[in-house]
Design a protein around this ligand. Structure first.
Ligand SMILES: [Zn+2]
Length: 501
């Protein structure tokens, strides 16, 4: 359904992030774009649909800079897992997905995000054994039906997890080493061929479902595959996202394999540029941060996932200080375990406070809100069109109910949106001038039917992935022990970090 030709939102309390205030204002929207903002009484064309918002706080839609659509069907399926144990479980968490599953994942993730005030996301979507145009189109259809914007990036590697961690394959008993052979991936040329085919035929709306590319993790990708993805991104003008220095195991493994940090390795390959977003960036030293800043890169900060998987805390303040574009993400629902950006903001604020005792280095709430809106929008490559309520920007607006206890009393809207709000006060969400959530309901979406359909699919997936689950459980202790040993390897970053990190 298209947005009305004109919409006038009257008397809403419009969030001013820098000013920590929310004065009453009127917003005129032309089609999907904000046309004018002014004090109450703003002139509007006769045909404008009027929306009274006197008891609503209006804020820009939150932008989720890092998630995985396939994780939406694997919510809550693990507990005491490091990143490596999650990756070990990957084949049964994410395997055997049909086109319908991919569509349902997009729809479910879209609804989850919209319900908690997110209007756009960067989805690194996995398909096994190779990405397909049909699979991505199915996911995009799900997101589009929910109404959320998505930058959709097929997440691809040419080395399996077991090949990626130096020494892990040799540590497996022969029978298990043979069993994980089934996870061997297609060579770089084949994977690049699949990505090229997808990029050449992609018909997604550039503001609704643009394509990006996501070579998964440096250690999981050969140099030829990484540089090949960089070249494809240049040829087709797409953004790039890659997990970067997420866990200590990865950081140590990077030094072993490349003789340099993961970031230095990507830089040496010529991969870092303004279209690049590194996800996580937990294990970065000052030289890495300088490299990312100097190349104009962004980092998606995912404090919820980093805590859940025990990965560490990213040096968000140092990245901001040095000029890295910073966004905030939830990460996939199999490691966060929701898509709630209010929670991600709150954790970003709190995480910054446990890495140093100097309170002047902590992230302020206005910085967190800016990072989760305009910052994330830049990480998506859409920073000039979304992430702000301003003329010329898309009308992606969250309406919060001022009658909700989270916002009573409204002492400081910015502090409260980051530290008090949890998405509970989100009443309505507009994306591109059209309501995709209206007073807590999704217009045109039968959520009960969706729940039933998902339950049916999950029952079938459980059967289909039983064998992979058995294998993952057999591997878990060996992988876990091996990675504990690796993680204990001294990593020079600790010596190079300034005091107070
Ligand atoms: Zn991720």
């Amino acid at each position: 359904m298209a947005a009305p030709a004109h919409t006038i939102i009257r008397n809403g309390r419009l969030l001013d992030i820098a000013g920590h205030t929310a004065p009453p204002a009127d917003l005129l929207i032309a089609g999907d774009t904000i046309a004018a903002i002014g004090p109450p009484g703003l002139a509007a064309p006769d045909d404008a649909v009027a929306i009274e918002a006197g008891d609503r706080l209006l804020m820009p839609g939150l932008v989720n800079a890092h998630t995985h659509g396939h994780g939406n069907l694997a919510k809550g399926m693990g507990d005491v897992w490091t990143l490596e144990l999650l990756l070990n479980a990957g084949p049964y968490l994410n395997g055997h997905r049909s086109l319908e599953d991919k569509y349902l994942s997009g729809l479910l993730g879209g609804l989850d995000m919209i319900r908690s005030g997110t209007t756009a996301c960067y989805d690194l979507m996995h398909e096994f054994p190779l990405p397909t145009a049909e699979g991505l189109a199915a996911a995009a259809r799900g997101y589009n039906e929910a109404g959320v914007r998505v930058v959709l990036a097929p997440m691809v590697a040419d080395h399996s997890f077991f090949e990626a961690i130096p020494g892990l394959m040799d540590a497996l008993p022969p029978a298990l080493a043979r069993a994980v052979e089934r996870f061997r991936l297609a060579p770089a040329e084949t994977a690049l061929g699949a990505l090229r085919g997808i990029a050449a035929g992609w018909g997604g709306d550039p503001l609704r479902a643009p394509l990006a590319l996501a070579p998964t993790i440096p250690l999981h990708c050969s140099d030829a595959f990484i540089t090949g993805c960089g070249a494809l991104a240049r040829e087709y003008g797409t953004a790039l996202q890659m997990h970067l220095a997420e866990s200590r195991v990865q950081a140590v493994s990077g030094l072993r394999r490349y003789g340099k940090t993961l970031t230095a390795h990507l830089d040496a390959l010529g991969f870092l540029g303004v279209n690049f977003t590194g996800a996580h960036g937990v294990w970065l030293d000052d030289d890495d941060i300088a490299r990312l800043a100097d190349r104009g890169c962004a980092v998606a900060h995912n404090p919820g996932s980093n805590m859940r998987l025990g990965s560490g805390i990213a040096p968000a303040r140092r990245m901001k200080e040095r000029g890295v574009v910073l966004g905030i993400g939830t990460d996939g629902a199999s490691c966060s375990d929701n898509q709630n950006m209010f929670e991600a903001m709150r954790l970003a604020s709190f995480a910054s406070r446990i890495v140093g005792t100097d309170h002047r280095s902590w992230l302020r709430t206005d910085e967190v809100l800016h990072t989760a809106t305009a910052g994330s929008a830049s990480a998506l490559g859409l920073g000039d069109r979304i992430g702000k309520i301003a003329p010329g920007f898309k009308a992606d607006i969250v309406f919060l109910d001022l009658d909700h206890p989270n916002l009573i009393p409204l002492n400081d809207p910015v502090n409260q949106l980051v530290h008090s709000e949890n998405g509970g006060a989100v009443d309505s969400v507009m994306i591109g001038g059209r309501f995709v959530l209206e007073h807590g309901r999704f217009p045109g979406v039968d959520v009960a039917a969706l729940r039933a359909k998902v339950a049916e699919r999950i029952a079938e997936l459980r059967d289909k992935t039983r064998e992979q689950k058995t294998l993952a459980l057999q591997l878990e202790e060996i992988v876990g022990n091996f990675c504990i040993g690796l993680a204990r390897t001294p990593y020079p970053i600790e010596r190079r970090l300034p005091q107070g990190y």
